[in-house]
Ligand binder design. Structure first.
Ligand code: BGC
Ligand code: BGC
Length: 825
């Protein structure tokens, strides 16, 4: 019996292609479909008549047309004209891709762009076949790429409302706006069930409660897609939804984006899979695969998950789209060559900038008979099915909504309602809230007058950091909203970000929180809100010291350890990332004139609120579901402010050197033929005298060290092995700040994790005697062979006689744009 099971299991392992033949020691990345919840796409997605039409079409298609259907390109690297040579099936606009290079394009411009691609794809090829493209975009909290669109709270805030009906209405209203810009597909909803909130995408998840996520999955899919009827396209004021990211994107170890869910199958099913059967039964037309892995195997290459579970057990009949070049992360694949993903069950490759090479390699493999023909036909069929359901194949979707749908008044009102329902009251000592009629209010804090801070990532641009208040003319900052409401109730409000005032206010509302981020750029090492520079706490304390009661309005993509801020405040409201409709906040915070009460708090925590900086949260300060209201106040007493971890050490994983000195756990030494010698506060020479070290002033007294080489030697920063693979991405770089004092003639090598790159040319570009900032992408080191998963040597600078460098800081940080690599020595 036991032997049979083992043999069967081994058979599945090999057949699934999920693991290498020589590594049968990872059976835990193989799913057992019978254990999973069964589901089925509604018949309306694949009715017999439509299937017959699709079969007839497939029979006529050339191999080029088939391969084209399974590749998706981003608008930043493809023109409509290209479709004549490369008959691709789909186009997307990524977070940083606006029509005609303009991030702030109007709905009419989006419409024009989509139409221009579609028009070319509608021209029949020599065999008479024409298959219109399908166009996708991340409308993840409203049609969030468009200025003046209706922006709803990010999913975490919607989770706090615990209101599936509201989610359905938001889905329908979002679909109106997407459709009004000529687009028929959104990459939403995210059905992640985030467990470790250090994850930068936590706010894209509705809740840590799988049941709520499943209820929302149904509601959002139904809202976006509307009613599905056999043989009929969905109405043109609806769009295709995407259940993403399959699977356990929210379950990665350490909350690392694109990381590895190191969990058993039972947990995978019970915690992370629950949204998918719900979405599939509701008719979700597409599912996006997660960048992440399950027990070391990339989901994009895991046939047991994509085919055996998703398509067979869960009966998913729509199309499975990949994530942004994620297929390239499968071992043995590159972004331009990857049959393994198709083999595993992917139907549409998201190949934003790699589409040309990918199309060519897939075509070559297909022509050489190396692509399983049945699998290719199945992938094409699924793409065509979705197109048929959207009315793209028969041209019936021509009749779309007008651009006037963007920011429609009733949509804005819906967003306002969602904001009001998303607020969670955690403290209200002495009933400082609601703000009384006639009150003189000071609105302070760095987020008081900022639509960008309210909206977070995935707003206008990918990171959302460049949003201005002028981008949303129908939006209200929190200051503007409170000011209007307070004035209407006979009071007054003034804005002072720094909390300064002439006349003492009755009350201050301090608005602060996380700066906008998206994806891995939001990954953090601890849940401590402001561990190194608690400026917001200082502001609250300053106001309190002046005798002003303080209401904290906390904007964040996740619950964070804020006990010091909560203690210092009279009231504390978790407002998540509410978006543009600040009025929804004023509705709850400000009592109206004539004795009319403010709207009461109904929001409850979608995730546990941490009692300390550790993650995942095991003993929460406030559990999921917690939330006070005016009707039901509670006294939370004084909270412990102990973070219960060495926050500095956790932070400094990315931060090696500051003010010239190594940060714990890192150690700074100078090295030469005599050995290593620690660098401290005083001047010193390396053991054999090759490097002279001296404290110097750059911005402040002795905030840097100067190093003068008179022979061969190196500066070195070392510590316990740190995992920097999270930062292994074009957007992260080693950043050095200092001054070049003299160059000498010899090479300067800058190393990370034992791998050197030649930085001579980089330093030569700096002006002698002036400040410099040098950035070297971490990717360059990995490409040169460094193992960034265990970095003991964070930095090594090797020089020779004549070199003079002053170093102030060394750290790894996100830089946004891709930078070139220095040469290998
Ligand atoms: C994200 C997806 C998104 C896609 C397209 C990826 O980086 O992980 O959620 O839909 O980009 O913008
Ligand atoms: C795109 C996003 C995408 C991300 C992935 C960005 O440049 O705009 O849509 O999710 O890259 O790395």
């Amino acid at each position: 019996m036991r032997a049979t099971v083992l043999i069967l299991l081994a058979g599945t392992l090999l057949a699934s292609g999920a693991i290498a033949r020589d590594a049968p020691s990872q059976p835990s990345a193989i799913a057992h479909p019978a254990l999973w919840p069964a589901a089925h796409s509604p018949r309306a997605i694949a009715d017999a008549a439509t299937e017959a039409k699709i079969s007839a079409l497939i029979a006529r298609m050339t191999i080029e047309q088939k391969v084209g259907q399974i590749v998706q390109a981003d608008i930043s690297t493809i023109t409509p004209e290209d479709l004549k040579t490369y008959p691709l099936g789909s186009i997307l606009a990524g977070g940083n891709s606006g029509p005609y290079g303009n991030e702030r394009s109007s709905a009419a411009d989006w419409h024009r762009l989509v139409d221009s691609f579609r028009a070319v794809s509608r021209e029949p090829a020599a065999n008479g076949v024409a298959i219109p493209i399908i166009f996708g975009v991340d409308a993840v909290h409203g049609h969030s790429n468009l200025p003046n669109a209706t922006i709803y709270p990010h999913n975490i805030g919607l989770g706090a409302t615990h209101d599936p009906g509201l989610i359905r209405r938001i889905g329908a209203a979002t679909a109106d706006e997407v459709s009004a810009s000529g687009i028929e597909w959104t990459f939403a909803p995210t059905l992640a069930v985030p467990q470790d909130l250090r994850w930068g995408r936590s706010y894209e998840g509705y809740s840590s409660d799988p049941k709520l996520v499943a209820a929302y999955a149904t509601a959002m899919v139904e809202g976006l897609q509307g009613r599905l009827e056999p043989g009929k396209p969905i109405a043109s004021d609806h769009v295709a939804a995407t259940a993403k990211h399959f699977l356990a994107d929210g379950g990665t170890f350490g909350g690392k984006d694109q990381g590895d869910a190191k969990i058993g199958e039972a947990e995978l099913i019970a915690r992370h899979a629950q949204g998918y059967p719900a979405a599939i039964d509701a008719g979700a037309l597409t599912v996006m695969v997660s960048f992440s892995s399950w027990n070391g195997v990339k989901n994009h290459g895991n046939r047991s998950l994509l085919t055996d579970v998703l398509k067979r057990r869960m009966g998913f009949e729509g199309l499975v789209v990949g994530d942004w070049n994620a297929h390239g992360q499968i071992p043995g694949c590159t972004v331009t060559d990857c049959v393994a993903a198709l083999d595993a069950g992917l139907d549409l490759y998201m190949a934003p900038d790699s589409w040309k090479g990918l199309y060519e390699s897939l075509l070559k493999h297909a022509q050489a008979g190396e692509l399983p023909a049945a699998r290719l036909d199945d992938a094409v069929r699924r793409v065509l099915r979705v197109k048929a359901k959207l009315g793209l194949l028969d041209g019936s979707r021509a009749d779309r909504l007008a651009p006037a749908e963007i920011g429609r008044a009733d949509h804005l009102a819906l967003a306002r309602e969602a904001v009001a329902k998303s607020l969670v009251l955690l403290k209200n000592t002495g009933s400082v809230l609601p703000i009384r009629p006639g009150a003189k209010v000071l609105v302070a804090g760095p987020a008081a007058d900022s639509i960008a801070m309210q909206s977070g990532g995935w707003t206008v641009s990918w990171q959302g950091s460049d949003v201005t208040n002028a981008d949303f003319t129908d939006g209200q900052t929190i200051f503007a909203a409170i000011s209007d409401a307070v004035k209407a109730a006979g009071g007054s409000a003034v804005l002072a970000a720094d909390g300064a005032f002439d006349a003492k206010p009755d009350l201050a509302v301090v608005v602060y929180g996380e700066k906008p981020y998206a994806e891995f750029q939001g990954d953090v090492p601890t849940l401590d809100y402001q561990p190194t520079d608690p400026t917001d706490l200082a502001l609250i304390k300053k106001l309190k010291a002046a005798g002003v009661p303080v209401v904290s309005l906390f904007l964040s993509g996740r619950p964070l350890f804020t006990s010091p801020e909560i203690n210092a405040s009279d009231a504390f409201v978790a407002a998540w990332l509410p978006g543009t409709q600040g009025n929804g906040i004023a509705d709850v915070l400000v009592a109206r004139a004539n004795g009319k009460p403010a709207r009461d708090f109904t929001g409850r925590l979608p995730f546990a609120w941490p009692a300390d900086a550790r993650s995942p949260v095991t003993e929460p300060l406030f559990p999921v579901g917690y939330g006070q209201s005016y009707a039901k106040p509670a006294d939370i007493g004084q909270l412990s402010e102990d973070p219960k971890m060495d926050v500095a050490a956790a932070l400094n994983v990315q931060n090696f050197l500051a003010r010239g000195q190594a940060l714990s756990p890192w150690a700074l030494t100078v090295n030469d033929s005599g050995g290593a010698r620690p660098v401290g506060a005083s001047p010193l020479a390396s053991a054999a005298g090759a490097i002279a070290v001296r404290p110097v002033d750059l911005d402040a007294q002795e905030d840097a060290r100067s190093y003068r080489w008179s022979g061969n030697g190196a500066i070195s920063i070392d510590g316990p092995p740190a995992d920097l693979s999270r930062q292994l991405n074009n957007a992260f770089a080693l950043r050095l700040d200092g001054r070049v004092d003299s160059l000498g003639g010899a090479k300067v090598l800058v190393g990370v994790a034992g791998t050197n790159l030649d930085a001579t040319a980089l330093l030569k570009k700096q002006r002698i005697g002036s400040r410099f900032t040098v950035k070297i992408p971490l990717r360059c080191y990995a490409d040169a062979g460094a193992n960034l998963a265990a970095v003991g040597n964070a930095l090594r600078i090797e020089g020779a006689a004549g070199l003079g460098l002053t170093l102030q800081s060394a750290r790894v940080e996100a830089v946004g744009e891709p930078l070139p690599c220095p040469p290998k020595p």
